[in-house]
Design a protein around this ligand. Structure first.
Ligand code: AHZ
Length: 309
């Protein structure tokens, strides 16, 4: 069957069945980039728009039900990790799950909602690597707007063919399997659309979905509405005795502690970024972002080591 779709003066046939039944290839008369009052778009059937999105989204979900690496949280640490890992290992299926609609976490601004982003050396090398310009102030560099870092790394990460990002999707549990020796191992994540996760107390039994992966990297930030997710879940599953709890601000102690402490905290789970301060009880650094980038890179190395074991 075909449906006649009126569009302006012309009528275009669109097949009602089959995702690929109709490929619009407009002729010159139908498409015009004319800003003098005669701009003409290629004709479209509304259902094609739905199918274009649905097909890709659910194909991705189907394929990524088994991933090589799941990164939880797309803040500065999670994105830095994704960039380094995806670039180093194009063979890996890397799936990023981000609870917010807007990926980037706290890295859209510097401190106290001001625009500049401070990065201590030697993490300026990561900025050079991804192509973000900065001013050199000696011991540290300054990016003129934190959003320049975040938009650049997001575009670099999303352009990598082996990366899939699902935002507005929350990790609401971990898959924890027990092997024959009784040893527990994180083997994936339990997901739900964030708006569902936020409504478990208003609707009964809205079951989640799962992604199985031999390596999960948690980068959910310090405690907050959604933060420190895995660290807190490790405590409630008995895999961690208690949270270390993030300590007060000390830039000189905090940044190396986060980078050097980035590791596989329980089998199958690598933790990086400020979530680690809650796990280990290390200081916060406030508005200086070099440790997030370097911790992300270290988490990528930890993941590669874990996968090669
Ligand atoms: O939405 C969260 C954010 O984008 C996301 N997230 C949290 N819980 C999640 C869950 N499922 C999926 N259950 C989840 N996503 O994780 C991201 C964390 O980003 P962030 O910017 O909060 O953390 P980060 O460790 O990447 O960067 C921390 C930046 C900070 S905080 C700080 C201080 O307070 O002193 N200093 C720095 C540099």
């Amino acid at each position: 069957t075909t449906t006649a779709v009126a569009n302006g003066s012309a009528v275009y046939p669109v097949k009602a069945n089959g995702m690929n039944g109709h490929k619009a290839s407009p002729n010159d008369a139908e498409v015009l980039e004319d800003y003098t009052g005669n701009y003409k778009f290629a004709p479209i059937h509304e259902a094609e728009v739905s199918r274009a999105m649905v097909k890709r989204y659910f194909t991705q979900m189907y394929e990524r039900a088994v991933s090589d690496v799941v990164i939880v949280g797309a803040g500065s640490a999670g994105l830095s990790c994704a960039y380094h890992l995806a670039k180093s290992r194009p063979d890996l299926k890397i799936t990023i799950i981000e609870a917010s609609v807007a990926p980037g976490g706290g890295a859209w601004l510097g401190g106290q909602l001001m625009t500049a982003m401070v990065v201590r050396k030697p993490a300026d090398r990561f900025l050079t690597e991804i192509g973000v310009p900065f001013e050199d102030e000696g011991a540290f560099v300054v990016v003129k707007h934190a959003a320049l870092f975040t938009s650049t790394i997001l575009s670099r990460v999303l352009a990598m063919p082996n990366v899939v990002m699902m935002n507005a999707t929350a990790v609401e549990d971990l898959i924890v399997r027990t092997d024959f020796e009784g040893k527990q191992r994180v083997s994936g994540v339990v997901t739900n659309w964030t708006l569902v996760s936020l409504n478990h107390d208003t609707q009964s039994c809205m079951d989640p979905n799962v992604i199985v992966a031999p390596c999960v990297i948690s980068a959910t930030g310090h405690d907050g509405p959604m933060g420190a997710f895995s660290a807190k879940r490790l405590v409630s599953t008995g895999l961690l005795a208690e949270l270390g709890n993030m300590r007060g601000l000390d830039m000189n102690r905090a940044e190396p502690a986060i980078v050097n402490g980035t590791r596989e905290v329980v089998p199958g789970l690598v933790m990086c970024g400020m979530e680690l301060s809650e796990h280990d009880g290390s200081n916060r650094m406030g508005p200086t972002f070099g440790a997030m980038m370097a911790s992300g890179v270290k988490a990528a190395h930890e993941a590669m080591r874990l996968l090669d074991e």
